[in-house]
Write a protein that binds this ligand. Structure first.
Ligand SMILES: Cc1cc2nc3c(=O)[nH]c(=O)nc-3n(C[C@H](O)[C@H](O)[C@H](O)COP(=O)(O)O)c2cc1C
Ligand SMILES: Nc1ncnc2c1ncn2[C@@H]1O[C@H](COP(=O)(O)OP(=O)(O)OP(=O)(O)O)[C@@H](O)[C@H]1O
Length: 318
């Protein structure tokens, strides 16, 4: 897959782009709805003898037009790229999203970013909007295309009467309902991070934990205890995870930590890059009156996680 970061400088130099069937959108998460939009662009490319492409924006329009600190993501740009590549797309075009860019009229956007980039077929969802104030939509595309390109509008994909959307998936995660995510995302929510040194208390209370530092831009599950899997040394290992502030040990909220106690695993993991896959919420994080009470509870958490993993006969590792 060819990746093109479309800066102002190189924009005019991309006239070597072949005729494209292009899917367009922000595509955070590459959920089931996004997969339909991107898959259709690929199918249309094959039918029409075109190359397939996906156009996205970076940073996110919400971060540029709103408060960037408040915007959280399901996938960072490099993960989005990997997932789009895995869908067999030929060209991944990243348009830098700036305040200036957001002021283009729908006509200017179509002219400069669709027609001039040699797009011959455009694919977007029923609710896709473009141009200043999002004034351009898929109803006005016919008139703006002036027969210079054809297009497909993907109808609304729903799960249990709700539109599949990145926002809904982020909300499920924030509520801790990580087990409901696969119905919309098409896989369990997974984030990547690095194992860092903790306060070294874990081993003294009988449960060594890997403290995992993750990018602050990820949306994180609500504080609490979860059944997770961690990808380490080429395999997925089941574990039980606490995300939160460890109120049993700290009075003030210092820093939110993600800690995983891996089931049946002893190796030293410091410095390792790992992925965490969120399966199921077990309970809220609590302040215990003694370390002994906490240890007893972690023993029960561990049992619950083990039972959970034993109950799912074949774990789907997508
Ligand atoms: C499965 C699990 C559940 C946990 N639940 C809580 C909890 O409810 N409250 C709490 O204060 N700490 C909880 N912890 C965090 C422990 O306090 C923590 O692992 C221990 O203090 C070690 O921290 P360290 O690795 O930073 O030294 C939990 C840890 C694990 C692995
Ligand atoms: N459920 C869906 N059904 C059909 N098309 C969709 C669906 N969700 C997104 N799309 C389309 O996929 C492309 C990318 O959309 P976008 O990134 O805005 O997704 P979204 O999930 O709706 O995001 P958000 O929740 O942030 O609004 C757009 O063309 C959009 O119309």
């Amino acid at each position: 897959m060819k990746v093109i970061y479309l800066t102002e400088e190189n924009k005019n130099a991309v006239d070597e782009l072949p005729p494209l069937s292009l899917a367009i959108g922000y595509f955070d998460g590459i959920h089931i709805g996004h997969q339909k939009v991107i898959g259709t662009a690929k199918e249309e490319a094959e039918k029409r003898g075109l190359h397939s492409g996906v156009m996205t924006f970076d940073p996110s329009p919400k971060a540029v037009l709103g408060n960037p600190e408040k915007v959280k993501y399901l996938t960072l740009l490099h993960e989005k790229k990997q997932r789009i590549q895995a869908l067999g797309i030929d060209y991944f075009i990243i348009v830098p999203f700036t305040k200036e860019f957001s002021k283009l009229s729908p006509e200017q956007f179509i002219e400069q970013y669709i027609v001039q980039l040699n797009v011959k077929h455009l694919v977007a969802g029923f609710d896709y909007t473009y141009g200043r104030y999002g004034k351009g939509n898929m109803n006005t595309i016919k008139q703006l295309s002036e027969n210079r390109f054809s297009y497909t509008v993907i109808e609304k994909m729903m799960v249990q009467n709700e539109k599949i959307s990145s926002t809904s998936i982020r909300n499920l995660i924030k509520l801790g309902n990580v087990d409901q995510v696969p119905a919309m995302l098409g896989r369990h929510y997974t984030i990547s991070g690095t194992v860092v040194h903790g306060e070294k208390r874990g081993r003294t209370i009988g449960f060594p934990t890997a403290n995992i530092d993750v990018d602050h831009r990820y949306v994180l599950p609500k504080d609490g205890v979860y059944a997770v899997e961690v990808f380490v040394n080429g395999q997925w290992i089941p574990g039980v995870c606490n995300i939160g502030f460890k109120p049993t040990f700290h009075n003030e909220r210092r820093q939110r930590m993600i800690e995983v106690h891996l089931l049946n695993f002893q190796d030293d993991l410091y410095g390792e890059s790992v992925n965490i896959k969120w399966y199921k919420r077990i309970r809220e994080e609590r302040k215990f009156t003694s370390v002994d009470e906490l240890s007893k509870q972690i023993t029960r958490d561990k049992k619950q996680a083990m039972d959970f993993f034993n109950s799912i006969s074949s774990i789907d590792h997508r």
